[in-house]
Structure formats: structure tokens, C-alpha cells
Design a protein around this ligand. Sequence first.
Ligand code: ZN
Length: 350
Amino acid sequence: MGYEFFALGSPTELMEAYEFYTLARMILAARRVIPLSKPMHLFGAGHPLTIPLAVALGCDTFDSASYILYAKDGRYILPNGTINIDELEYLPCMCPICSSISAKELRDMSRDERIAKIALHNLYTIKREVDNVKQAIVEGRLWEYVIQRSLSHPKLVEANHALVESAEYLEQCTPIFKDRALFLSLPIDQYRPELTRFRRLICNNIRSDKSTLVLLIEPEEHPFYTSSKCNMIKDAINAIHDDDHIINKIDDVQIAYYSPFLGVVPEEVSDVYPASHVVSVRSVKYYEFPTMLDSIIHFIRSNSFKRVLIEVDERSIQFMRSLKDELQEVEIGYCLSIEDIIAFIRLKPP
Ligand SMILES: [Zn+2]
């Protein structure tokens, strides 16, 4: 295509009906055929709610008459929706318009004057959203911003599925490294492009020639190879190795941890971005993280472990038990403590 600029139009009706998921799929369908290097305009995206998701999916510029059309109807744009000025006791905004008049003064103005004031406020609100998105891009936290903003409306939460479905496309637009830690709070964050890329890297590129895999619960300390429990296992293995009575490939142990967001993380790559550059919520429901189970299964199948010892707690045990059904070719042991794992390694070589 010889064009320098593309435009998608016009999804105004979809946006007015809050059909954000359909809008997202439209944007993705267009982006699939438009080169990433070419900017794409979205016609009619005149509400702050739609801008973060539209940018994340690949829209670069916007236009809309909504600021003035809404103003004519007395609709005051808020970051999370619109409200009729008759319902406003206060003006919850610090733009030059709203910080100079009260809600009552706005209502009491002549129609023309009121429309002009609301239109200007509406434009300031849209501009603020665009600037917030730009700043989020600069800080490398657009994903976090999109998810945070989506919580304003159930239909935007629904539209987040488009992010999950377009993981491969989002990866192409996401830097390999970022300066700041990734904040991981909700199950949908497991689909962040940085994390899908990391899980694929582990699955396709990391090979171990060890016969035992020790899989630990993610420790608080990062990187993992410096953590006290990783070192407890290594010290125990070394101590056993020095014991002449036990010569049984005891040093033949691959140590890794499992993370709901990152999947399986072998010790050797536990400081590779983003493994030790995440801040994640600690109390999760494991069944909401199918990518973790997939990652563990793929890692085990891609290597030749004969035995897998998994540290579990009351939250993970049920979920991790499903590995036994998936991996019948491997001996799997569940341990409630590091001491149990060490005892297992000592007593029962594969
Ligand atoms: Zn304002």
C-alpha cells in the first residue's frame, strides 16, 4: 500500500452504544493489513473512555465532534462517562473553565454561553486523557493504564478480551526491555505482551539435561537464584554430594519456581527481564492462571525430567494436582516444605 496515513471510520454508533469489544475487533482487523510503521486515524473517537484501548490496539490520531454535540445537549464529559449539568452540584474538574465558575453559575448562563463553556471543558477533558495516554507510553505502562481505565465500565472490561486475543500483535509493538517494574494485579495481566514473550522464550529456548526438576513457590526475594530457599536446596544438594554414602546423581537437579504471571522460571534465567522486574499481587486464585499451568507442562515436556518435586501450599495444591493427569509419564511429588523436598531428593533418586 502506497499510502502514508490510514483512517478507520466511522465507529461512532458502536461507541455510542458502548460496544467497545466490537470496536476493538474492528481496529485489530484494520491493523492486521496496515503496516505497523504507518499511522492510523480513528474517526469519531470523542470520548476519553475509548482512547486508551484504541491507542493500545494501534490507533495514533483521533477526531470527533462529540465535545460540541454533547455540550449542545448539556452533557459534561467526565473521565469515566458523561453527566447532564442539571445533575451536577459541583464541577469535578480543575480545567480553566471549571475552576473559574460553579455548577450553578454554569446552569444559569445563557444557552450559547453555557454551550461554549461546556464544549471547552469537554475538550480539556479529552486532551487530558490523550496526555495521560502519551505519558503512560513514555513510562512504559500503557497496559496498566488501559486496564485501570477499563474498570470504569463493564463493556470496557469486556473489550479487554481483544488484548488477550491479540497477544502476538501487541508483542511486536512492545519493547524487549523497560526501565521500570511491571505491576501485575489482575488475572488479565498474565497476557501482557512482556509475559507472553517471556513464557515463549522459556518454552522454546531453555533446555535442561537434569533428571529432577524442583519447582518452588515464587519467593519474595528476587532474583530467585539469590533467594534463601533456592540456596537452601543448593546447600542441601552440595551436602549430600559430599556424603560418600549417597552417590546417585544427586547434583542432577534443575531448580525453578512457578509464578502465576510468569509461568515456570528456571534459576538460570531468573534475572532475565522481566522475571525479576515485576511487582505482583501475592494472593491469587491459581485456577485463574491457565498460562502458568501451560508453561509448566510445556517446560516439563520439552525436557527429559524423570521426576518433578513441587512445593505447594494450601492455595496451590489443588491446582497443581492437575499436573498429574497431564504428565503421567513423569513422577510427580508434592511437598509442603523445602525440608520435604530435600528429604525427597536424599531418599529417592529417580
Ligand atoms: Zn473542566
